[in-house]
Design a protein around this ligand. Structure first.
Ligand SMILES: Cc1cc2nc3c(=O)[nH]c(=O)nc-3n(C[C@H](O)[C@H](O)[C@H](O)COP(=O)(O)OP(=O)(O)OC[C@H]3O[C@@H](n4cnc5c(N)ncnc54)[C@H](O)[C@@H]3O)c2cc1C
Length: 391
């Protein structure tokens, strides 16, 4: 099989890229290791920045998001029993939308298949050959058989554990990593959510009350990295959430059936450069942010937009200039996003290595933010528009 762009991975990065390329008349084949059912059911991010919303709308695929997604105008941060309310439109002129990543993925997959464009599930890429040549070849396994896909460019959109980054020879890429010794225990609950996204910094640890719809809450607790979802009974989860959110009389957080649990490890990771020859890395394949900033999916979409623009220029006029600048163009935005995500993580979590002095500094920072509109605007601006890129 032969195509212009071989896209490895049908997560947000790969699927957005495929649709953006098609808009420019560029053919691609998407190879996804997992089944369609698995990919569409994978619960992950849920906060869409305006750049992501606009991209989906401009592709003509935002109808369900606009209908079912919830506009989020506020971001609350609690500490010492008090709430700092960030009025997002008031501070920035913008808001964000709550619409689950799995819903975005469903919309993109549905449209791709409806248009009859190639997206092959259960096609696991095992090797990329000739990434630094004019005719790379992607080797994959499908229905028990070894197959190949020849292409002009390979887009490695296969997440942190994919094969693309590993295909770059040693010494070309430098990695920068911070692993946290805590994780998020996440639950989906059949109960009405709090009206605003609510982060809390409590002596017992961080908690987050988010939402997926007016009847589904998405709730998180900071736990140790070695903890497991099955270690927690439902009653323990509720006790801990009420306590950490300063909901002493247990009236604010509505309890309901917990119908899904998962754990997300917290890690910050950047690999640079994001390209090698004709292989381009995008999304989690090349950077991971701790989820506190709600940026992972938005970053992946922003990468796809920059990459699609570079490939469009190449296929329309033969110029590689934009493609050669891909990594450089993404770099500062990626570092800024990681900086913001690490800052929010540092502001809101309990750290085992913190002294009483460190804890005092952290709470004083929150006191300062509560009294300074400028500090609130700084956080709000980064929350709503760090992933802006030009098309
Ligand atoms: C458990 C979890 C919870 C998260 N929660 C949040 C959150 O609350 N907020 C937030 O902003 N972000 C969150 N994130 C991050 C966010 O979901 C990611 O940043 C986003 O999925 C990145 O999209 P992507 O397309 O780059 O990668 P992915 O979505 O990981 O997609 C990569 C795809 O490549 C496929 N693949 C891998 N290897 C191969 C191969 N060899 N061959 C073919 N296909 C392959 C995978 O199956 C996958 O479908 C979370 C991530 C995880 C893991």
């Amino acid at each position: 099989m032969k195509t212009q762009v071989a896209i490895i991975g049908a997560g947000p990065a790969g699927l957005f890229l495929a649709h953006l390329l098609k808009r420019h008349g560029i053919e691609s084949v998407v190879l996804e290791a997992r089944s369609r059912e698995y990919v569409e059911a994978r619960v992950r991010a849920g906060v869409l920045e305006s750049g992501t919303i606009d991209t989906l709308n401009n592709l003509g695929l935002g109808e369900r998001m606009m209908r079912e997604g919830l506009v989020d105008n506020g971001l609350d941060m609690r500490f010492r029993g008090r709430t700092i309310h960030l009025d997002l439109p008031g501070l920035t002129g913008r808001s964000v939308k709550i619409y689950g990543q799995q819903e975005v993925v469903k919309d993109l997959i549905g449209a791709r298949l409806a248009e009859g464009d190639p997206l092959i599930f259960e096609a696991e890429v095992v090797r990329i050959e000739g990434a630094d040549t004019a005719s790379p070849r992607v080797h994959y396994r499908h229905q028990g058989e070894a197959r190949t896909l020849d292409c002009t460019f390979v887009a490695g959109c296969d997440g942190f554990h994919g094969v693309s980054r590993a295909a770059v020879p040693e010494g070309v890429i430098t990695t920068y990593t911070r692993n946290y010794d805590f994780a998020w225990l996440g639950v989906l609950v059949k109960a009405p959510p709090l009206p605003d996204m609510t982060y809390t910094n409590h002596d017992r640890g961080f908690a987050l009350c988010s939402r997926r719809s007016m009847s589904i809450s998405r709730l998180y607790l900071q736990v140790h990295a070695s903890d497991r979802p099955e270690n927690w009974s439902d009653a323990q989860i509720w006790d801990e959430l009420h306590t950490r959110v300063f909901d002493a009389d247990r009236t604010e957080i509505k309890e309901g059936e917990i119908f899904q649990r998962d754990m997300a490890q917290l890690r910050a990771f950047i690999a640079s450069p994001m390209q090698y020859g004709n292989l381009f890395l995008a999304g989690d394949a090349v950077h991971i942010v701790p989820p506190t900033g709600a940026k992972g999916m938005n970053m992946a979409v922003a990468d796809a937009r920059v990459l699609a623009r570079g490939m469009a220029a190449y296929f329309s006029n033969g110029s590689r200039a934009a493609l050669d600048r891909y990594s450089e163009e993404c770099g500062l935005r990626v570092w800024k996003t990681i900086r913001y995500s690490a800052y929010m993580t540092g502001l809101l979590h309990r750290f085992s290595e913190h002294s009483e002095f460190d804890r005092g500094m952290q709470l004083t920072e929150l006191e300062f933010i509560s009294q300074s509109e400028a500090a609130q605007r700084t956080i709000a601006e980064q929350y709503v528009k760090l992933s802006d890129v030009a098309d």
